[in-house]
Design a protein. Structure first.
Length: 340
């Protein structure tokens, strides 16, 4: 589309692979026409590992396969921030790591991985407050820790994206906006994800309101949708969500996530946001597919190659409706790579 605002399509490649092998992941995404992916879980011969656990030789194997399939990493899909803020038993299995150790070991490791995979973006989270307590009571601690993470990323010329998700301090748009405002760091951006809000019991109208308050801080989006089993909340603020029991994820063109409305609104901000990201060495505004159409949980999800294809086509239909440009590989791309 001439002169239309533009996004870059990406996806969590592990969702497209039945056994999460690198070749399955890359073959699926290349066949669908994608040129970028987020790396999270992957098997390069030593079993399925989180990206944080990859050895140097495994990283080299992944890089070799990326070249073979014509793929680049959009972001490190890290679990940074999915640990407890305080060391107390709250009935969950979430781990606690003293923050100084966490910063020096895990965050620095993630920065090294970003450089190894030649990406400027790290996806992360806003920490678990004790289950059953008010997340606002833990905003100050979360702000301090996220500020340190953002500064560590900034010193490595990287950007940290904070994803909205249930059960964390930043579990909704208002809390995410407050974290962004208080941290106030150029290396911290927000990641909007409609399904991660809807699955807590919010209505579509409430979701749109939360998108609006998050919008000033949004750097990129994760795209998955949710079909609300019940319209509206059954009273009060959503409580703890059993993420492993969620089962209503759907493609972006059939759910209650109002992607057509949100992306049409977001399109007006794309040119300015793209310029901002480019100043930080980021190629553009990513829409990162994480569809979960065959299931999702606390640390990942699954769509299969078929489900991932359905989700991508659904997103493309929404983008066409919203008059937002995007690129899928065509014959000219193949000829360029193969030197025809």
């Amino acid at each position: 589309m001439a002169d239309a605002p533009r996004v870059i399509l990406s996806g969590f490649a592990d969702e497209a692979a039945n056994q999460k092998t690198a070749t399955q992941q890359f073959a699926a995404l290349a066949a669908l026409g994608l040129e970028y992916y987020s790396i999270r879980f992957i098997d390069v011969g030593g079993g399925v590992k989180n990206v944080m656990k990859l050895t140097r030789s495994e990283i080299a194997k992944v890089r070799h396969l990326e070249d073979e399939y014509g793929l680049n990493v959009s972001s490190i899909g890290s679990p940074i921030g999915k640990v407890k803020l305080v060391n107390e038993d709250d009935g969950t299995s979430n781990a606690y790591v003293p923050f100084k150790k966490y910063l020096e070991r895990d965050v620095n490791k993630c920065c090294e991985l970003a450089h190894a995979f030649e990406t400027k973006l790290i996806r992360g989270f806003s920490f678990y407050h004790p289950r059953g307590e008010d997340p606002r009571d833990y905003l100050s601690q979360a702000v301090d820790q996220l500020g340190s993470i953002a500064e560590t990323c900034h010193r490595s010329d990287l950007t940290f994206g904070l994803e909205v998700e249930a059960n964390l301090v930043g579990q909704n748009g208002e809390l995410m906006a407050e974290l962004y405002r208080q941290v106030n760091h150029p290396a911290l951006m927000l990641i909007f994800d409609a399904a991660n809000i809807l699955c807590q019991g919010y209505t579509t109208a409430e979701l749109i309101e939360q998108y609006q308050v998050m919008k000033p801080g949004i750097g990129w989006m994760h795209v998955k949708d949710y079909a609300l089993p019940n319209r509206g909340r059954n009273g009060g603020t959503p409580g703890h969500v059993d993420e492993d029991a969620l089962k209503h994820f759907v493609p972006a063109d059939v759910g209650d996530g109002a992607h057509e409305h949100i992306l049409r609104d977001f399109s007006a901000d794309l040119p300015k946001l793209e310029r901002k990201l480019r100043r930080r060495g980021i190629p553009g505004v990513f829409l990162d597919l994480e569809p979960h159409v065959k299931g999702g949980g606390q640390f990942g999800g699954f769509s299969g190659p078929d489900g991932f294809g359905v989700a991508l086509r659904g997103l493309c239909r929404v983008l066409d409706y919203a008059q937002i440009d995007y690129h899928i590989r065509d014959f000219d791309d193949i000829r360029t790579v193969r030197g025809f």
